[in-house]
Design a protein around this ligand. Structure first.
Ligand code: ZN
Length: 282
């Protein structure tokens, strides 16, 4: 892999442009950022769900990517959406910048409408961008999916959701090995899907190995775990913004770039690059 570009601008610059914009403006911004890098993105459309996903593919001619990195680019109305999830988008734009001149079986997907939910009395259908993606894309060769959410704050890599039954997953082993080599502290987390989910869910439903990666402030994780412990029985009744302090800015007007740190974004970027390196040498 190429040497890292020492003169690359901070990833925070992407967040400052994206925050406070709606998903249409964000989509235009991501597309033009990719074009500026010399990358021609593919737009995957699902009209009936008003979804437009953005795909950047680095695979060699005639091959289907086996490693996917994903992040949703939409945000909740009324929230600047900096950590959720301009931060994930910024890391993936940084990854595209690093990969632009090489061919590796890697695909980067920016999902639309993760935050959107169809609600009927009987059915809740959310994560619309990734739902659309797994219906339309060729998934046969996809071996690992790493989905990024909340990448802009803290020094503790959080791998989620990991339950006992998930412990054999290859993605979890690979990410923990990569974090170990890079001396990035990590923890496995579990939040019930009805409290908080993300686009890994759409892939897991199709039997594909997928995890979500976040950066969180390490000192607040015990608080989060305690708050979640034993609460699952009434969790259905609790509004999502009653989540513990750590995540309380999410989906509110407090989710701005001012709360975020370049260092957290850079940790996530080197981690994704390490996963690419291992994948293409293995
Ligand atoms: Zn999100």
């Amino acid at each position: 892999m190429n040497e890292r570009d020492a003169k690359a601008p901070p990833l925070m610059d992407y967040i400052k442009v994206l925050e406070k914009q709606d998903h249409n403006a964000r989509r235009q911004e991501i597309i033009s950022d990719l074009r500026d890098m010399g990358i021609t993105p593919e737009i995957q459309e699902c009209r009936w769900l008003s979804v437009k996903n953005i795909i950047a593919d680095f695979s060699p001619e005639g091959r289907v990517a086996s490693l996917l990195f994903t992040a949703h680019y939409d945000s909740v109305a009324g929230s600047p959406g900096a950590n959720d999830n301009a931060s994930g988008v910024a890391v993936l734009l940084g990854l595209c910048r690093e990969l632009k001149n090489i061919t590796v079986p890697v695909r980067v997907v920016f999902f639309d409408r993760e935050e959107a939910w169809f609600r009927t009395p009987l059915l809740r259908l959310g994560l619309l961008g990734s739902f659309c993606y797994v219906r339309k894309a060729v998934l046969q060769n996809v071996a690992e999916v790493y989905n990024l959410e909340f990448c802009g704050q803290g020094n503790m890599l959080t791998i989620w959701p990991v339950r006992k039954s998930d412990e054999g997953r290859k993605t979890i082993k690979k990410i923990e090995e990569a974090a170990g080599r890079l001396s990035i502290r990590f923890i496995r987390g579990y939040v019930p899907w009805y409290l908080m989910s993300s686009d890994h869910f759409s892939f897991r439903r199709k039997g594909i190995d997928a995890v979500t990666l976040s950066m969180l402030p390490g000192d607040k994780i015990p608080v989060l775990e305690n708050a979640l412990k034993g609460k699952s029985s009434n969790a259905f009744l609790r509004p999502r913004n009653n989540l513990p302090d750590l995540l309380s800015a999410i989906h509110t007007n407090k989710d701005t770039s001012q709360m975020l740190e370049e260092k957290a974004l850079q940790s996530m970027l080197v981690l994704t690059l390490e996963l690419v390196r291992v994948h293409s040498s293995g």
